[in-house]
Write a protein that binds this ligand. Structure first.
Ligand code: G3P
Length: 251
């Protein structure tokens, strides 16, 4: 039985006082449940404060990116060693905004995914198609390629622990959600791809989230689908109340 993983991706939003207020407001209310895991994916500069606040609670703290190298001459970058040392547990990798604006490629996503496991971090690997690709019927082959490349070189156990987030780019921040059936069809395909490259048991275990205009009003229908095991949420995760409603829907 897979749990629901509800992750709020704040992207480049909030100042420190707002980040702290958010966590103060949700921290005691995140349910202690085997059915749901709640994560906030915060900008690097807030991670030390949020990890400190979240210690011993049911809230996990994630970074939104990292470099794959452990250290060195990479001005402006943050390494997996630094994240692990802080107490960060998860890291978002290959978000479409990083692929589009920061030259992230399938190859660097794979290097980062391998590095995350090497340093004891759980990767949340994002895949998804543009509107043009969907209209050209390329969705399935594209996500298949992205998933295969992202998990190349991982053991079956590591793939089972990877969180895969299916985020159709045309649904991000647009208010257009994929229908729950369409989202499930792609998530089911991703699970089959995982089965093909690993094993049936691994595919049964891997968590596959949907992301793209998820909000309290549509989350239950999405989570009710057979192959959707949570959500990666942008806009609707910025307010504490709304984030808690999403988490409660997954519990
Ligand atoms: O990573 C979450 C994301 O890209 C979806 O954003 O605002 O459509 O929920 P949003």
């Amino acid at each position: 039985m897979r749990k629901n993983v509800i992750a709020g991706n704040w992207k480049m939003n909030k100042v420190l006082s707002e980040a702290n207020e958010f966590v103060d407001a949700v921290i005691e209310k995140v349910p202690n449940s085997d059915n749901v895991e709640a994560i906030v994916c915060a900008p690097f500069v807030y991670l030390p404060s949020l990890v400190e606040k979240a210690k011993g609670t049911n809230l996990k703290v994630a970074a939104q990116n990292m470099h794959f190298e452990e250290n060195g001459a990479y001005t402006g970058e943050v390494s997996p060693v630094m994240l692990k040392d802080l107490g960060v547990t998860h890291v978002v990798l290959g978000h479409s905004e990083r692929r589009e604006y920061f030259a992230e490629t399938d190859e660097t996503v794979n290097q980062k995914t391998v590095a995350a496991f090497k340093h004891g971090l759980t990767p949340i690997v994002c895949v998804g198609e543009t509107l043009e690709q969907r209209e050209a019927n390329e969705t399935m082959s594209l996500v298949e390629d992205q998933v295969k490349k992202a998990v190349a070189g991982l053991s079956n156990e590591q793939v089972a622990e990877t969180i895969i987030a299916y985020e159709p780019i045309w649904a991000i921040g647009t208010g257009k959600t994929a229908s729950s059936e369409d989202a499930n069809e792609v998530c089911k395909h991703i699970r089959n791809v995982v089965k093909e490259v690993t094993s049936a048991d691994t595919a049964d275990k891997v968590i596959i989230q949907y992301g793209g205009s998820v909000k309290p009003a549509n989350v239950e229908e999405l989570l009710a689908q057979s192959d959707i095991d949570g959500a990666l949420v942008g806009g609707a995760s910025l307010e504490a109340d709304s984030f808690l409603q999403l988490v409660e829907a997954g519990a």
